[in-house]
Ligand binder design. Structure first.
Ligand code: ATP
Ligand code: NI
Length: 327
């Protein structure tokens, strides 16, 4: 798929993925609804890696699940997520199962153990996925399986193990190997480096980065800001279900630095920076304040923050000018 070839000079190529006003609400008993994702919009280009960061519970995995049609039955979704003419949010289960999951959109799940089939060895799961997604046949399957495992630094001498015989880090690498098999146009990796030591983190991140460098799209969700800095072209910062900053990675991690007070707080909390935690805790999603959800923890907050700051020019903050240098 070559977008560039079909684009007139001066025209921006269509993004691989265009998410507009995506919201996810969980309907709970007693009418207590939980807005897990609110009004999120972003584009992802082919060849690009967007990293999604934010504290636990801010809605990162729910966003990923929404794109793959993997939300539970009590979820209500609004907005659109267009990919190659298909709205992923409106697609039926049949389309999602046949043409989206694994094919258009690959997933490295946050809990790999829950996604691996417990009664089958890693080799057999990799072989089946290779057969399904690449048409690989029995001849050469042993080599193909070992190559697929090696892409995620999964050791060949562990291929005949069952998921329960794997450590968390090995299960993670098995799940990553499975997700890489289809070379899907879009790969979503939800915390792909949890449980890995630094050397393996770097190797995994570099293999994922190759997916983008080969002209595909990569959406990475991570707590690990060092890994984010290594892999990202752009960074999206989520807080309480909303994207509060969308920035060029070079600016965000470089001398310019983040612009949103929450994003600055995230970086300042790192041991290698000033090691100053953000005071307080994220809000409960079913009891969000009226305006900016970060205001109760923010040193810049004023009366204006009682109204919701619009997201424009890469930022949602009343106190930061909206004209981004690279917006
Ligand atoms: N099935 C569900 N029913 C109700 N609420 C849910 C459900 N799944 C997730 N949530 C809520 O949605 C919010 C966002 O969860 P999500 O898993 O997306 O967070 P996250 O940013 O991925 O966090 P982490 O970094 O810990 O993985 C959480 O407050 C969670 O409690
Ligand atoms: Ni998550």
């Amino acid at each position: 798929m070559n977008h560039v070839g079909t684009t007139a000079p001066g025209q921006t190529p269509a993004p691989l993925l265009a998410v507009r006003n995506l919201s996810v609400l969980f309907r709970m008993r007693a009418g207590r609804d939980i807005p897990a994702v609110s009004d999120v919009s972003f584009d992802l280009a082919a060849g690009e890696c967007l990293v999604l960061v934010g504290e636990s519970g801010c809605g990162k995995s729910v966003l990923a699940s929404a794109l793959l049609g993997l939300l539970p039955g009590n979820a209500r979704t609004a907005g659109t997520a267009r990919m190659d003419g298909l709205d992923l949010l409106a697609a039926g289960e049949r389309t999602l199962a046949r043409t989206v999951r694994g094919r258009r959109v690959g997933l490295v799940p946050q809990s790999p153990a829950a996604h691996l089939t417990p009664v089958r060895t890693v080799r057999s799961q990799l072989a089946e996925t290779l057969r399904e997604l690449t048409g690989a046949r029995r001849a050469g399957m042993r080599e193909a399986t070992e190559r697929a495992a090696a892409r995620a630094v999964f050791p060949a001498d562990h291929l005949d193990r069952y998921p329960h015989q794997l450590s968390g880090g090995l299960a993670q690498r098995a799940a990553t190997a499975l997700a890489l098999v289809g070379d899907a146009p879009l790969l979503i990796a939800d915390e792909p480096t949890t449980g890995l030591d630094r050397d393996l983190v770097d190797r995994t991140v570099d293999e994922l980065r190759r997916h983008a460098d080969d002209g595909r799209g990569l959406l990475v969700i991570t707590h690990d800001l060092a890994a984010a800095g290594r892999i990202a072209d752009r960074v999206a910062v989520m807080y309480a279900g909303r994207v509060v900053e969308l920035a060029d990675s070079g600016d965000f991690f470089g001398t310019a630095g983040p612009r949103h007070p929450y994003a600055r707080g995230l970086l300042d909390a790192l041991p290698e920076r000033s090691f100053t935690p953000i005071p307080g805790l994220p809000p409960e999603l079913d009891a969000l304040p009226e305006g900016c959800a970060f205001a109760p923890r923010c040193g810049n907050a004023t009366a204006r923050c009682g109204t919701l700051p619009p997201f424009a020019g890469g930022i949602a903050c009343h106190h930061v000018p909206q004209a981004a240098p690279h917006a």
